[in-house]
Design a protein. Structure first.
Length: 471
């Protein structure tokens, strides 16, 4: 005799009521009354429910983080989180939700942890002091394959019983009063309908595998890792808003080539390795989720230096990477003060065989630069400039550079100067120096942006001159 599923579902629904939230993102006064609650609900297998998250706060709050514990058999529906448009406007706050690591004891019991993060886009309070702030969906979904196995067992038993003309257990495994049944007219239609349901479930499993499988580096999701993916990934590195637009999707996971929860120059380097050695391709499968906890990148004591000179009425800024570790690519954000115009940019002698990519971000003052190559050539640690910028404007000496990230050939990410991603360091607090380290001339006396093949004439800051032959 099979298990009574009605009884098990009543127990399951009761367990669902124990979902709980833990507020972590704010500090309230001792007298304040701040609390988070969610809906009480009942749910059946294969059913979805929308859960409202309510915040009642007497203190003003700018952000919020909370964890929800989902019992065994209850799943978070990926990408289902929605904001309450009244309390969280799109301009003031960003909202994320994904599954995070549960404790060992919780995992043993099948408990999953889902984290909701409400992050301000500046200094903005969550509007109001009561009511829903977010909504998300859960699905009661016991292991699909286990459900199919159990239901097929019930169907098999029901088929055998009804062949004898009597049943005491229905097709779902529930006990019923023993009664006669006509196999062809009554039992067979139920069996056919139940088998059709199992076929639908297996079709959903196949669809899930297809839609949630991806190849890291196959950003275009066409089954091939090639230079077109490099170009697509470069777009996301140069424009964080476009990267944010795909956060939580399978495309995001394909673009996060080194699997560190970020999209940046290290992913370009890792992707280049895959393009050059296609055997490194790996197929992965995950439920889509949004980044929350990110692993720390490697901090270094290396630095960046800026020097500036006047060249024919135009100010020329050299950016030098003072590195010890061997890097193959880097990215940085240059801040252009009001009144400063970027006229041009080029690579210096330490970036031979590399390409320069750039984009001015939405704020209009931050200019992101990426130096990379499809061959993952090593940047020269020869004291020469990495990048030259030509600018105009009186405030050019106040230009700063920050968010300097470099990647080694294995796609490991390093923060130059120890500031970390997103932090503007002002080049470790040093603004542009009014003199260049050296000038490069052609044999005809023309100032050059970088070393070229043939003879290069170098005039040092002390006035000495030397010739350098580049083959």
């Amino acid at each position: 005799m099979t298990k009574n599923t009605n009884t098990s579902m009543r127990r399951f629904a009761a367990k669902c009521l124990w979902i709980w939230g833990m507020v972590m993102a704010f500090v309230a006064s001792a007298e304040a009354e701040n609390k988070v609650t969610i809906d009480n609900f009942n749910i059946k297998v294969d059913e979805e429910k929308t859960i409202s998250v309510y915040l009642e706060n007497s203190d003003p709050m700018v952000g919020l983080q909370m964890d929800f514990k989902l019992p065994k058999g209850l799943d978070f529906v990926p990408n289902s989180v929605q904001r309450d448009e009244v309390r969280l406007s799109r301009s003031s706050h960003s909202i994320y939700m994904n599954e995070v690591q549960s404790s060992a004891d919780e995992l043993a019991e099948g408990i999953k942890t889902v984290r909701l993060l409400i992050q301000p886009n500046g200094v903005y309070n969550i509007a109001g002091d009561r009511g829903a702030v977010a909504y998300f969906k859960v699905r009661a979904n016991e292991n699909t394959l286990e459900l199919v196995r159990k239901d097929l067992g019930n169907i098999k038993s029901y088929n055998e019983d009804t062949n004898d003309g009597y049943i005491s257990v229905d097709i779902n495994g529930n006990d019923v009063t023993s009664t006669s049944i006509h196999y062809v007219k009554e039992a067979l239609p139920q069996i056919q309908a139940a088998l059709a349901k199992q076929e639908e479930r297996m079709a959903n499993v196949r669809e899930t595998i297809e839609t949630e499988s991806f190849i890291r580096g196959d950003v275009l999701r066409d089954g091939v890792v090639d230079v077109l993916d490099y170009t697509e990934l470069m777009m996301y590195v140069l424009d964080p808003s476009k990267a944010e637009a795909i956060a939580g999707t399978i495309k995001w996971y394909a673009a996060d080539v080194n699997d560190d929860g970020r999209i940046n120059v290290a992913d370009l380097t890792k992707l280049t390795n895959k393009i050059m050695d296609y055997n490194t391709m790996e197929v992965s499968q995950v439920a889509p989720r949004v980044r929350l906890a990110e692993p720390a990148m490697t901090q270094t004591e290396e630095s960046v230096e800026m020097n500036m000179e006047e060249v024919g009425g135009t100010k020329r800024v050299a950016i030098l990477l003072k590195n010890v570790n061997p890097y193959v690519a880097c990215q940085m954000d240059v801040t252009l003060p009001a009144g400063v115009t970027l006229l041009g940019e080029s690579l210096g002698g330490s970036a031979d065989d590399h390409q320069l990519y750039s984009n001015t971000l939405a704020d209009g003052t931050t200019h992101r630069i990426v130096v990379s190559s499809l061959q993952n050539k090593e940047l020269n640690a020869n004291g020469e400039a990495l990048i030259y910028l030509e600018v105009s404007g009186r405030a050019a000496s106040k230009m700063t550079v920050g968010n300097v990230l470099a990647a080694d050939v294995d796609g490991v990410l390093y923060s130059i100067g120890g500031s970390g991603e997103g932090g503007v360091t002002g080049i470790n607090g040093v603004q542009a120096n009014p003199s260049m380290k050296e000038k490069i001339y052609s044999v005809g006396g023309q100032i050059m942006d970088k070393f070229t093949r043939g003879i290069n004439i170098i005039r040092n800051a002390d006035g000495s001159v030397k010739k350098v032959l580049k083959k």
